[in-house]
Design a binder for this molecule. Structure first.
Ligand SMILES: [Zn+2]
Length: 296
C-alpha cells in the first residue's frame, strides 16, 4: 500500500493573503533556477485545490491513501473564512472518499480552549485521526501554555503532525526545531508525533528524537525540492532515512506545493526506483509505517 502522508487542500479564501504571497517565494526561486515558463504570479494568487485534484494526483501515482492536512495560519494573519469552517470543508470534501482520503484537523494550539473544542468536535463528528500543527505561527511545543492542548490530543488518541524547518513570510522559523518536542514526546509516550520534512535543516534533531522516543515519526515530504536539479542530495537524505529511521519515516508529497515544478507522481517514482534502500525498507517508508500508525 502506498500512502502519501502529507497533502494539502484549500479554497483561496481559506488562506490569509500574506500566506498565499509567502507560498510564492520558493516558487519564484524555482522559477529563476529553472527558467520556468509558468507564470506563478498569475497562477498562484487565485489558486485553490479541492479533493478532485488530490484524487488526480493519487491516480497518477498511483497512491492508495492520502492524509490531508489543513493549516491554521489565522492567528498570524486572518483568512476570510473561519478555521472551523475550513476544517469542516476539508472533512466534507473527503467524506465521499473515505477509502482513499484521510483528513486531519488543522488548528493552532495558541487558540487554547477553542483549539481543544475543535479537536473534540471533529473526533466526535468525523472520527478524525490526527491534527496538524504549525509552530511557526509563534509558539514553542514545550511551552506550559500549550500543555493542555497536548493532553487533549493525547486523550483523543490523535496523531500530531507538526511542521518543522523553514518558514516563510510572516511565519517565524525560530519555533520550528524538532528538539522542542523532546518534552512532549517524553511526557506523552502514547502520543504519536510526526515531524514533517525530516525536520528540514534540523534533521539531525529528528533522528535523535526518533532514536530516543518510540512515539516519534517523520515524513519525507518536500525532499523533492532538490529535484530535478540535485538528485544526489535527495538520494543522500533518503539513505539517511534508510539508515536512521527506516521504521519511522513516511512518504509524503506536500501536494500541491511542489507540483508546479516537479510532479508528485515523479517524486513517487524517484522514491520507488532509485537505489537508496532495499525493497523491504522502501515498502515501509512508502506505506507500511503510516499504515501501522493509522491502524489501517
Ligand atoms: Zn505541508
Amino acid at each position: 500500500m502506498i500512502i502519501d502522508s502529507h497533502v494539502h487542500i484549500w479554497l483561496r479564501d481559506h488562506l490569509p493573503d500574506p500566506m498565499v504571497r509567502a507560498y510564492l517565494e520558493p516558487l519564484r526561486a524555482l522559477k529563476d533556477l529553472f527558467d520556468m515558463e509558468l507564470d506563478v504570479e498569475n497562477v498562484w494568487p487565485d489558486y485553490g485545490v479541492d479533493v478532485s485534484k488530490v484524487l488526480e494526483m493519487m491516480a497518477a501515482g498511483p497512491v492508495d491513501r492520502a492524509v490531508v492536512l489543513p493549516i491554521d495560519y489565522n492567528i498570524v494573519e486572518k483568512a476570510r473564512i473561519d478555521i472551523e469552517d475550513y476544517n469542516a470543508w476539508v472533512f466534507e470534501e473527503a467524506a465521499a472518499y473515505r477509502d482513499k482520503v484521510i483528513p486531519f484537523v488543522g488548528v493552532d494550539p495558541q487558540r487554547g480552549d477553542r483549539a481543544i473544542g475543535i479537536m473534540e468536535r471533529f473526533v466526535k463528528r468525523y472520527d478524525a485521526l490526527g491534527v496538524k500543527v504549525y509552530p511557526a505561527t509563534g509558539w514553542y511545543p514545550n511551552e506550559e501554555r500549550i500543555r493542555k492542548f497536548w493532553t487533549s490530543a493525547n486523550d483523543l488518541g490523535l496523531i500530531a503532525v507538526t511542521h518543522a524547518g523553514a518558514a516563510w513570510g510572516p511565519l517565524d522559523d525560530r519555533y520550528t526545531r524538532p528538539s522542542f518536542y523532546d518534552d512532549v514526546l517524553q511526557r506523552y509516550p502514547d502520543l504519536k508525533v510526526m515531524i514533517a520534512h525530516l525536520g528540514g535543516k534540523y534533521r539531525q534533531e529528528t533522528y535523535e528524537l526518533c532514536a530516543k522516543h518510540a512515539n516519534c515519526y517523520t515524513d519525507i515530504s518536500a525532499l523533492q525540492g532538490w529535484l530535478p536539479s540535485d538528485p544526489d542530495t535527495c538520494l543522500s537524505r533518503l539513505r539517511e532515512v534508510a539508515e536512521k529511521v527506516p521504521d519511522r519515516a513516511s512518504f509524503g508529497t506536500d501536494f500541491p506545493l511542489f507540483d508546479l515544478s516537479y510532479a508528485s507522481s515523479m517524486w513517487l517514482s524517484f522514491v520507488k526506483d532509485r537505489p537508496w534502500a532495499d525493497e523491504d525498507v522502501k515498502a515501509k517508508v512508502l506505506g507500511g509505517n503510516m499504515q501501522r500508525l493509522l491502524g489501517l
